[in-house]
Design a binder for this molecule. Structure first.
Ligand code: MTE
Length: 319
């Protein structure tokens, strides 16, 4: 993956910390809608109001962190979405006209309820929750993002996989007419990801459909993307059109591109460096150009919930 040079850092990243929305203020504000407004005047400028849509009926989660949130503008303008270009600002620029509705998701493989579902029907049976998670990119930057999502464990239970379903594979839409990055071979399209069934059904894993209490912007993976907070961000596949229950470990895009650099597990691990850079520390986006990098936590700080999944596995070899 590309690493950002200091000259690429946008002015919004050097905004003072006082401008950032704090989790406690956010709760005090009483509602997600007012929180989005509190994030500052630039909020409305980034995604046109006509495309911003509030989501109702969102519950809270015991898994949320109370760390300072990244502001909305950072989350929606500093992205990795190679289908829309490899620059951090490309997805924001190039995904505005992407048609993320109507949308359908095909479920296939080793499960009872296979079929093609309208997005709205697919998510309808499940409770929407706000999940404030740290996101650690393999490129050594991080953010804290208030996702709105549904539990993947609930989705999987509903789809009734059988005992052959040892992995869940996911695919992004393949449509070069809408996704200019797919006209180049920056990756082997469509973008693919996968999890073991135990990882997929861990209570932390979600399908996100929103951020800051609003519908997910295109550049963040509308209408539905995966979030696995203890893994590097590239596991969080965007704009999912297929979910397959399979017996064998599925092929995944970054692993296919460079298997010595990007493993299947991709658990955040400060002790296993990327061959080209250290993973010991990370730059929190928005903390300022001259801020010290902070220590990266094992499993991105989610070890209590997930370390048991990897007992007996050598995480240096299985990275
Ligand atoms: N999903 C698809 N389809 N294409 C991508 O290029 N990039 C991944 C992941 N999901 C990517 C993707 C990477 S490298 C990261 S760090 C996260 O999305 C970034 O998510 P964000 O842009 O919402 O912060």
């Amino acid at each position: 993956m590309l690493i950002k040079k200091p000259t690429d850092i946008r002015p919004s990243e050097i905004t003072s910390k006082t401008n950032y929305l704090n989790r406690r203020e956010f709760i005090r504000a009483g509602s997600i809608a007012s929180a989005a407004t509190m994030a500052g005047p630039a909020v409305g400028a980034i995604v046109p109001d006509a495309r911003r849509e509030k989501i109702d009926g969102i519950g809270t989660s015991r898994f949320s962190t109370d760390e300072t949130l990244n502001i909305y503008d950072d989350i929606v303008t500093y992205n990795n979405y190679y289908e829309f270009g490899t620059g951090k600002g490309d997805p924001y620029k190039n995904a505005q006209k992407f048609r993320s509705r109507p949308w359908s998701i095909t479920v296939d493989g080793e499960a009872e309820k296979i079929g093609t579902y309208h997005f709205e029907d697919f998510i309808k049976p499940f409770d929407l929750e706000e999940r404030i998670y740290r996101m650690r990119c393999v490129e050594a930057w991080s953010m804290v993002i208030p996702w709105v999502g549904i539990s993947l464990a609930d989705v999987i239970k509903h789809l009734q996989p059988n005992s052959k379903a040892r992995y869940v594979a996911f695919e992004t839409l393949h449509d070069p007419s809408q996704m200019p990055g797919q006209r180049r071979r920056s990756l082997n399209w469509p973008y693919r990801e996968g999890l073991t069934i135990e990882e997929a059904t861990n209570p932390l894993t979600i399908f996100a459909v929103g951020i800051y209490g609003e519908v997910l912007p295109n550049q963040n993976g509308a209408p539905i993307r995966l979030i696995v907070p203890w893994k590097y961000g590239f596991k969080g596949i965007k704009s999912i059109v297929r979910m397959s229950f399979v017996e064998k470990r599925p092929k995944t895009s970054w692993n296919m591109a460079a298997s010595n650099e990007y493993g299947f597990f991709a658990n955040v691990n400060p002790e296993v460096n990327h061959p080209r850079w250290s993973q010991a520390r990370e730059r929190r986006i928005g903390s300022g150009l001259f801020a010290r990098k902070q220590a990266t936590l094992m499993f991105n700080g989610y070890g209590e919930q997930v370390a048991h999944l990897y007992e007996g596995i050598d995480l240096r070899r299985n990275f």
